[in-house]
Design a binder for this molecule. Structure first.
Ligand code: FES
Ligand code: FES
Length: 181
């Protein structure tokens, strides 16, 4: 969808569907999606870690695909559906990945956790659609179907989300529990 024409003052209206609700903001055209969510919509689940696309703390889902929101200009997302960690659950219940993170104690300080969870939800969708990873055997029997997710696959597919507390073993366990119920 083409981005709206910028106003002379360098601002523009950006319309998003965020966690199922339509939201329109007038933003400086340089505003990242992460700052739009945190500073303009008070959705502070997505975290600013590096602000350079290197840590994954800011991961959200944009039109169902995981994305580093610190690398996206909000204006470039005009018309998109955005889901943050606040919008993953439904009917007052946590998303299964959130439940699994709690059950498996897959966090320490929790700073990376919203990004880990959004990334895991996006990754599970990618695997269900059959997208391979670098460690997927080229001759896998389920070629074209859902990709099987063992711990090695999960580690590779989640390698864009860093955890400085080193909670990786439990993060992998939590995701594997959802991937292979
Ligand atoms: Fe976006 Fe680190 S804050 S990748
Ligand atoms: Fe602290 Fe991951 S739980 S950075």
């Amino acid at each position: 969808m083409p981005s709206p024409a910028p106003a002379p003052d360098g601002t523009g209206d950006v319309s998003l569907t965020v966690n199922g609700s339509p939201r329109t903001m007038r933003l400086d055209n340089r505003t990242t999606l992460l700052d739009a969510l945190r500073e303009h919509l008070d959705l502070v689940g997505a975290k600013k870690g590096c602000d350079h696309g290197q840590c994954g703390a800011c991961t959200v889902l944009v039109d169902g695909r995981r994305a580093n929101s610190c690398l996206l200009l909000a204006v470039a997302c005009d018309g998109s559906e955005v889901t943050t960690v606040e919008g993953l659950g439904a009917d007052g219940l946590l998303h299964p990945v959130q439940e699994s993170f709690v059950a498996r104690d897959a966090l320490q300080c929790g700073y990376c956790t919203p990004g880990q969870i959004c990334s895991a939800v996006g990754m599970l969708g990618e695997a269900a659609e059959g997208h391979p990873s670098l460690v997927t055997p080229p001759d896998r029997p389920s070629e074209g179907g859902p990709a099987a997710l063992d711990a090695e696959e999960i580690r590779e597919r989640m390698s864009g989300n860093l955890c400085r507390c080193g909670a990786y073993p439990n993060i992998v366990d939590a995701i594997e529990e959802v991937a292979t119920p």
